[in-house]
Write a protein that binds this ligand. Structure first.
Ligand SMILES: Cc1cc2nc3c(=O)[nH]c(=O)nc-3n(C[C@H](O)[C@H](O)[C@H](O)COP(=O)(O)O)c2cc1C
Length: 146
């Protein structure tokens, strides 16, 4: 069975809500979807997944250190990750910069962006929730068509 790994950090729960909405959108027969907090993830195991959703709150116009450390650890698994599809997501307080850092490092480890990521200001609104589900669907479609 194909696998999608959602890897995220969340300090106060907003990004975590987005992660769970993306998981809802990505779930379909034949694809296993798992959500992991970045600080707890086994990177070698995660690198075997077929697609990724990577998310973080905006901390000082950058991703949280926990997700950055995930990327640092992921570099040694670049050969496994290269060419696989990913999407990004994040919550912020109005700065809207967080995806720039996630997308830059995802590209550095060889992941290929399926479509532009989704951001929410604070907790996801009803519209953001729809966008998160659609992001999950797009990722699942990319994984299924590999
Ligand atoms: C240490 C820290 C730094 C932050 N820096 C920014 C920032 O530079 N720009 C911004 O828009 N929001 C910033 N925020 C606000 C968070 O991104 C926002 O509250 C987000 O919704 C938190 O998501 P979470 O609930 O998943 O932790 C910061 C919050 C914290 C705790």
């Amino acid at each position: 069975m194909a696998k999608i790994a959602i890897v995220y950090h969340s300090g106060t729960g907003n990004t975590e809500k987005m992660a769970l909405l993306i998981a809802e959108g990505a779930t379909r027969p034949g694809i296993e979807v798992e959500a992991h907090r970045a600080e707890a993830v086994d990177v070698a195991e995660i690198a075997e997944a077929d697609g990724f959703a990577l998310g973080s709150p905006d901390y000082y116009s950058y991703m949280a250190g926990e997700l950055k450390t995930f990327f640092d650890r992921a570099l040694q698994h670049k050969s496994k990750l290269s060419g696989k599809p990913y999407v990004s997501f994040g919550s912020h307080g109005g700065g809207a910069k967080v995806l720039e850092s996630i997308d830059r490092l995802a590209s550095s480890i060889g992941l290929k962006e399926v479509c532009p990521g989704v951001m929410s200001v604070g907790a996801p609104s009803a519209g953001d929730a729809d966008d998160c589900r659609k992001l999950g669907e797009a990722l699942a479609e990319a994984v299924a068509s590999q």
